[in-house]
Every structure is written in C-alpha cells, then in structure tokens.
Ligand binder design. Structure first.
Ligand code: PRP
Length: 292
C-alpha cells in the first residue's frame, strides 16, 4: 500500500509502507509534477539519496512505487557480468528505481553490494561464471551474453533479451578460405566456444572439422597458421578488418540475456516476475521511442 500526501501544488510525497503492519520500510520519494513527465528523487528512510531528480514518464513512474519490501523478505541476489554488461544492466534497473549506491564507490574493494531498502544484493563475475552462480542458486538472477549461456549449458531459465551487447557469432578467416567451407573440407577451427562451433559444424553444416580451444585473441590463429578459420564474436568488425580477416558465415545473433535460477523462479516468483515485466515494458518503451 502506498501513502500519498500532497505537500504543495507541485510535489507529491510517497512513503512506502509495509502492507502487513503499516511500518515504514522502503524509500520515500518526492515527485515533482511537470506536464507528462515527473521529476523524481528517492531517499531511503534515513535520508540517504538513492535517486536524484531523474525524469520519468508518468507511465514509468507508476512502476517506481511498487518495489515494496518487508523486513522478513530474503535478499534477491544478482550476478552481473563484469564490465559493460554490468554497467548497462544497472542503468536499466535504475530506470525502474532499483539502484545500488555502494556499487558506484570507485575505490571500493568490496565484492558484493547491497541495497538494504530493496533487499537486493549484486555481485560482479566473469561471464562464464555467471550461469554457474545462477544454476547453483548462489545468485537468483544473472545477466550474461547469450554466447556464454549456450556455451556453458547450465540449467537456468533464460527470461529476457535485454537488447544490449548485440553482436554475432561468426565463422571468420581470410576471404580465400570461403572455398574450403563451401567444399566441406576437413579444416581446423580455433575458438573460445567449442560447443557452439561443434554444434554449428557437426549438426547444422554436417562438416567434420578439427576444433582447437583457445582462450582469447582468437583472430591470431588464422594469421599465424594455427587454423584455417575461427568461430568468434564479431561486434563492430574492427578487429577482423584490421587483421585482414572477414566474416565467412554467420552462426547466430547474440545479446545480453537475463537468466534466473529455476528454484528462485518458483520461490520468489512475484518479485522476479515484477522485475522482468518492468524491464520488458521499459524495453518496449525504448523501442517505441526510437521508432518515433
Ligand atoms: C571480442 C572478440 C573479438 C572482438 C570483436 O574479443 O573475441 O576479438 O571482441 O569485436 P569487434 O568486432 O568490435 O572488433 P574480446 O575483446 O572480448 O577479447 P578476447 O580477444 O580476449 O576474447
């Protein structure tokens, strides 16, 4: 339940209250009304600012009030892929009023960050470890690239395409190698993604190849003669370009995905479903915004 009181003509105060005992638990927000958009500041109950003067559409605003927490709720834990994916995820969550101030402290050596108000924890991990944390329930929710989800093959639910981190898994090499692919010759394929590469060559193309597992800078392999082609991620194409390589075949499109532990999905269904639904709505609005 939400309590609202009009303080003056242009501000609305909202205080989140525990629905069971009426005690104050969550964030207090100050909403300034301005045409179709509202400017929002959210403060924790001890006056700590969580979100300052961000502008939201009235539609988005209606979502902000709903992350009501009870004291007896357990923490929901997010495992985020270190780097750009984590940054973009936090930006999206902030649009829903889900913030984590602790994470913004530059010199901190902390590994796990908490939002006490919303009973959330966040930690950063290497991409391939994210599905592992989620499968074992060490994290309820994870954000990771689709490439890693396929390659790791963990038992997790993929619930949402977050729309960022878009790139493609491709077979790449020198232009003249295309002929070897066309003739289905027995070639060597260097890759960080042996499972994806194997599935592509064996199950889709029905081509026998020799797979060589590498750990990075895969583009080197065809240049120094380790392999004829590589299976790797192409985003801008700059790395290929600068090394005289081209995309020879496209394997699959990739982007950042949200994954959920199957048990958490059942036990914390309401909270997780709300986050997923709100993110989906946000993505739809962003898409409409771009289209207009
Ligand atoms: C990835 C990928 C390519 C590069 C593609 O490497 O393996 O090398 O990015 O990006 P581009 O198309 O925009 O040039 P990453 O930077 O993750 O490092 P890695 O080589 O160690 O895998």
């Amino acid at each position: 339940q939400r309590q609202m009181c009009i303080r003056d003509s242009s501000y609305i105060d909202m205080i989140f209250r525990n629905s069971s005992d009426g005690g104050k638990i969550g964030a207090e927000s100050r909403v300034k009304l301005a045409c179709k958009r509202v400017f929002v500041s959210i403060f924790t109950s001890d006056g700590h600012p969580m979100l300052l003067d961000r502008s939201f559409s009235v539609k988005k605003m209606s979502r902000l009030n709903c992350y009501k927490m009870r004291d007896d709720m357990r923490y929901l834990t997010f495992a985020l892929t270190k780097g750009r994916l984590a940054g973009k995820t936090m930006k999206m969550l902030e649009s829903l009023g889900i913030t984590c101030e602790e994470m913004k402290e530059k010199d901190s050596r902390k590994l796990i960050f908490t939002n006490e108000e919303l009973k959330l924890k966040f930690f950063l991990a290497k991409g391939p470890d994210v599905p592992t944390y989620v499968e074992y329930g060490a994290a309820d929710i994870g954000v990771v690239g689709r490439d890693t989800i396929i390659e790791e093959g963990r038992k997790v639910h993929e619930v949402l395409d977050l729309g960022f981190g878009k790139c493609k898994m491709c077979v790449c090499g020198r232009q003249e190698t295309k002929e070897l692919l066309n003739r289905h010759e027995l070639i060597r394929v260097a890759t960080k993604y042996p499972k994806i590469a194997k599935d592509y060559f064996y199950n889709k193309k029905h081509q026998t190849v020799e797979l060589i597992k590498m750990n990075g800078s895969i583009e080197l392999a065809p240049i120094v003669g380790l392999s004829e082609v590589i299976v790797d991620i192409v985003e801008t194409g700059t790395t290929l370009n600068e090394n005289g390589l081209v995309v020879l075949e496209e394997v699959c499109p990739l982007s950042a995905r949200m994954i959920v532990n199957p048990v958490s999905m059942r036990m914390e269904n309401d909270r997780i479903k709300k986050i997923v639904t709100d993110l989906r709505e946000l993505l739809r609005e962003e898409q409409c915004g771009h289209a207009n």
